[in-house]
Ligand binder design. Sequence first.
Ligand SMILES: Nc1ncnc2c1ncn2[C@@H]1O[C@H](COP(=O)(O)OP(=O)(O)OP(=O)(O)O)[C@@H](O)[C@H]1O
Length: 539
Amino acid sequence: MKDTQFIKVVDFGYGYNALTRKFQFDGCLGHEVGQDQIMEKCKVQRLLDSVLEGYCSAVIACGQTGSGKTYTMCGRNEDKSTHEDGLIAQCVTYIFKTMRKELPGCKRTYSLRASYYEVYNEQVNDLLRLDCAPRDVKWSVKEGYYVDDLLLVDCESVDDVFSVLNEGAKNRKVGSHELNKDSSRSHCIMTLHVDSTSEIGNGTPIVRYGKMLFVDLAGSERLKKSRSSGDMLKETGNINRSLFTLGKVISALAEGKKGDLVPYRESMLTKLLMETLGGNSLSLMIACISPASSVVEETLSTLYYATCTKTIVNAPSINIDERDKVIVNLRKEIDQLKEENRLLRSKLGVPGEGDIKGGTSPQPDVETNQRQMSLAITPFSKPLACVGEENEALVSREPINSNQCGWMLDKERMLTQLRTAERLLCNKMAPNGRENVQDALQHAMWQQEPKAPIIEGIENLSRRTQSFPSAQPLHSYSEDSYKNKSCSISRGRSDDVGVGGQHRKIHLGLVGKQGSASAEEALRWLKSIILVAFKIIEL
Ligand SMILES: Nc1ncnc2c1ncn2[C@@H]1O[C@H](COP(=O)(O)OP(=O)(O)OP(=O)(O)O)[C@@H](O)[C@H]1O
């Protein structure tokens, strides 16, 4: 329905019983919409800007065979007179244009690398290196599933990326059948890796790893209509099977299932799309359909598929190093504290800005990682101490009204969190051989001295906890049993406290009933666990 978000499909079926179905999407583009409008109408610019900020974004084209997926993504390149740029070419042009723009007050350098591969009969082929064997798909905690040993081409201009695109297009598996003379026989994924380095505040460099995926799925087809035969028969079987698994993943995610309940591992395609469906990427799905009445069933199936996808919720996050993430967070908290101090000063009538300077940037010592880490944190210690001291000075002033008191409590809370973050980081680099984060957190947890209530909702927890006559403090677990469970503490009951480090699951609840410790003692431990839990989430 022109210029609306609706699409109406009328299936005349056999005779008088016409069936009308109406679907709503974020955008519905009819045949009057040209290639040059797709970027704007699908708001792809937003995805590209996010990539430049360090996010992962993806555009996935799906639909039955011959419906225009490859045309949408790659355009038409047969000859000069009919040449049309597809979405990938337009995105590449936009990315280079934006990368070259100087942003006021922000010095950033970018580098772009491109890769192109296909999933063909459950194997991954590097489209830029045809002479090598199919690539392995591996798993890492940091990256999830990834294709091992893929050729990444450094691209310094739009033309470099176009060369990659053309080389890949030339090498992808294509076949001819009744519904499309140039039908893709594989799922193709082109990835642009955009790394950017910028400096924050006192010159600390922060590297962000943005990624843009263009996924051109092979089309589903009915053998009765496509009349594929020979090798193409096997290909069609594999295409339909992987699309079926993709459908299962989408349905599971749409139902709100998580973890192992989502069958990502059942096909190569779904493993590689894990990040984009239900992961940390910003994703756009373009469902291509044909207006032909002969394929109305396939059209309806594509639209149901897309409707289901619409309900999936991803959790986008910037891809930066853990060290950088902590520094950015510390920086943010210091800025927040400064702002609060400014407000307090104006409320209390204290003149002037405090002498809060960023401190001098240290010269990095390259000898050890630990040393580098501590140097990276040093610039934050001085402003932190200054803001803290100023905070104490302001708090001791009279008279203080209830509003101001609220601010101070907030400030106290943030300062405590900031100090905890610092302490955790210091533990991470501690000299006693605790190098990995889990060890450090574990260490911090056993060492930590819990203080006054500092997080929201703690009072509720406290009330509930006190209803237990005797509670089990977590420190009654031996360090060994804690370790054996690979960083997870739990009492196995729904109302227990637990911290699952390995799977990054944090369960917060009440402390169990058994044991002899008092409720107050248990509560103190609960508070310290919550603090640590917050840090695990951040890290
Ligand atoms: N909107 C459109 N305008 C003009 N031509 C189009 C459009 N969509 C598709 N076509 C043409 O239709 C043919 C089939 O399109 P395309 O190859 O993109 O389909 P596909 O969905 O990728 O199919 P398959 O899944 O079989 O690979 C191509 O010749 C393409 O140029």
